[in-house]
Design a binder for this molecule. Structure first.
Ligand code: UD1
Length: 422
C-alpha cells in the first residue's frame, strides 16, 4: 500500500492548478440517466471516486468514455440495461445514491443499495427518500435496497427539507426535471455544486430557477436533451491548497481559484493573519507578517465555513498563537484527524462537537494514518509545516479526492514523495 513521505519545513512558493470539483462531477455524471442524448463534461477531475461513479453508470448500461487524459467525460444513457445499483459499488461511495432520482424519473423504476455508514458518521439518506416520496414515488426498503417505483411518472410537489442536505437537494432536483408539473424545493442547499448541476440541467433543456438560493423551482418537462458542460472549480481542493502557503509561510497562487467559492473560509484565513487576494490568475495566498493567529470556526452549509475544510483548518490552527475553537455542526464524529495531529505534537481537546486547539510553536514529524479523505490531506498539510519526517499511510483515501498531490505540492518546493510500502 502506498505511503506519502514528507520532509517538512519548506515555505511553498509557486502556482498550483485547481481541478474541477469532485463533488460537482459526482452529481453531474448521473444526470446522463435523465436523457437518451449525449452529455459531455469538461474539466473533470481524475480521481478514484469518479472512476467508481463511471463503473456504477456502466453497470446500468450507460456508456462512459474518457477523453483528453480523463479530463473530458463523454456519457450516453441511450440504452439503459438495468435499474439496479448493486451494493458492491454503492458501499464504496455514498454519492452512488445520486443515481436514484434520475433513474426513477427516466424509467419509473430504480433499485439502489442503501449506502450504509461511513467513517464520519451515520449519514442517512432519509431526506433523499422523503423528497422522492413527496413526488409520488412508492418506496420499499428491503434486503438492504431501496426499491422505488413511479408507475405513472413522478409528479411535481412542494418539498421542504427539515435541514440542508446537498445530496438530497441534488437527487430531488434531478428527479423534478422530468416530473409532471412544478416542484418547489425549500431549504435547498446553496452550494456551488448545486448551482453547477442546475446550470447543466438547464443546458439539457430543464426549466430550473433559484439555484444558489434556498428555494429552487423546477417546471417539469417531458424529455431532456444533451449538453456540453464545464465542471466548476473544486472549492475544497482550492481551500486545501490555500492552506499550504499559510501553514508553511510561503506564497502560492491557486490557479483558476475564485474567492466567491470559499467566502467564509477566506474570511477566517484573513482573520488568522493570512493575506488572500484574488488576481486574474486565481487566488494568491501568503502570510501577512509573521505568524498565524487563533480564530474560532463553526462549520455551516454554504456560504458558511465548509465541513470539508475543517480538518485542514485544524492543521493550520495547531501552529497558531493562542487558543482556537473548531465546532463541527454538520457531521458527528468528524475529528478523527485530531489524535493523529496530536501524534505530531499538536495540543487538541475534543469535547462533543467542539475541538479546542492550543497552538504550539512547531509540529513534529511522525508516522500517521489517514482515516478519511479530508483528514488525510490535513495530515499532509501538517507534515509540510512539521520539523522532520512525516509518513502518512492509508493514502487511498487521498486518491478519492485529490489528483497529483505530490506533484502539485512538489512543484512549489515541497519535499514530498509517494512510496510503495510493499
Ligand atoms: C456532500 C459532500 C460532502 C460534504 C457534505 C456537506 C458530495 C459527494 N459530498 O455530502 O463532501 O461533506 O455534502 O457539505 O457532494 N443527512 C440526513 N439525511 C439525509 C441526508 C443527509 O440526515 O437524507 C444529514 C447528514 O448526515 C449530515 C447533513 O445532513 O449530517 C448534511 O449532509 P449532506 O449535505 O446530505 O451531505 P452529502 O450530500 O452526503
Amino acid at each position: 500500500m502506498d505511503k506519502i513521505v514528507i520532509r517538512g519545513g519548506v515555505p511553498l512558493k509557486g502556482d498550483i492548478p485547481i481541478a474541477g470539483a469532485k463533488n460537482a462531477c459526482l452529481a453531474l455524471m448521473p444526470a446522463t440517466l435523465l436523457t437518451d442524448a449525449p452529455l459531455t463534461l469538461m474539466n473533470a477531475p481524475r480521481l478514484s471516486d469518479i472512476r467508481t461513479m463511471t463503473t456504477l453508470l456502466q453497470s446500468l448500461g450507460a456508456e462512459v468514455s474518457t477523453l483528453h487524459r480523463g479530463k473530458v467525460l463523454a456519457l450516453s444513457s441511450h440504452d439503459l440495461t438495468s435499474e439496479r445499483a448493486e451494493y458492491d459499488i454503492v458501499r464504496k461511495m455514498r454519492a452512488s445514491i445520486l443515481v436514484l432520482g434520475p433513474l426513477l424519473a427516466r424509467t419509473g423504476r430504480a433499485e439502489v443499495s442503501l449506502p450504509g455508514g461511513c467513517a464520519i458518521g451515520a449519514r442517512p439518506v432519509d431526506l433523499h427518500l422523503k423528497a422522492l416520496e413527496a413526488m409520488g414515488a412508492e418506496l420499499d426498503l428491503r434486503d438492504g435496497y431501496v426499491h422505488a417505483k413511479a408507475p405513472g411518472g413522478l409528479k411535481g410537489a412542494v418539498v421542504e427539507f427539515p435541514h440542508v442536505s446537498v445530496g438530497a437537494t441534488e437527487n430531488a432536483l434531478m428527479a423534478a426535471t422530468l416530473a409532471k408539473g412544478t416542484t418547489v424545493l425549500k431549504r435547498a442547499a446553496r452550494e456551488p455544486e448545486i448551482v453547477d448541476l442546475a446550470r447543466c440541467l438547464r443546458a439539457m433543456g430543464a426549466q430550473v430557477e433559484g439555484e444558489g438560493t434556498d428555494t429552487i423551482t423546477v417546471q417539469g418537462v417531458s424529455a431532456l436533451g444533451g449538453a456540453t458542460h464545464r465542471v466548476v472549480t473544486d472549492r475544497i481542493e482550492l481551500g486545501t491548497y490555500m492552506l499550504a502557503p499559510a501553514i508553511t509561510g510561503g506564497d502560492v497562487t491557486c490557479l483558476g481559484g475564485r474567492l466567491d467559492l470559499v467566502p467564509a473560509f477566506a474570511e477566517k484565513l484573513d482573520a488568522a493573519g493570512v493575506s488572500v487576494e484574488e488576481t486574474d490568475r486565481g487566488v494568491r495566498v501568503s502570510r501577512k507578517n509573521g505568524g498565524i493567529g487563533a480564530v474560532d470556526v463553526a462549520t455551516e452549509p454554504f456560504p458558511g465555513f465548509p465541513t470539508d475544510l475543517q480538518a485542514q483548518m485544524m492543521a493550520l490552527l495547531c501552529t497558531a498563537d493562542g487558543v482556537s475553537h473548531l465546532e463541527e455542526t454538520i457531521f458527528e464524529n468528524r475529528f478523527m484527524h485530531a489524535p493523529e495531529l496530536i501524534r505530531m505534537g499538536a495540543r487538541i481537546d475534543v469535547a462533543g462537537g467542539t475541538a479546542t486547539v492550543t497552538g504550539v510553536e512547531r509540529l513534529k514529524g511522525a508516522p500517521v494514518m489517514a482515516t478519511d479523505l479530508r483528514a488525510s490531506v490535513s495530515l499532509i498539510l501538517a507534515g509540510l509545516a512539521a520539523e522532520g519526517e512525516t509518513v502518512v499511510s492509508r493514502v487511498y483515501h487521498l486518491d478519492r479526492g485529490y489528483e497529483k498531490v505530490e506533484s502539485k505540492l512538489g512543484a512549489c518546493g515541497a519535499r514530498i514523495e509517494r512510496v510503495d510500502d510493499e
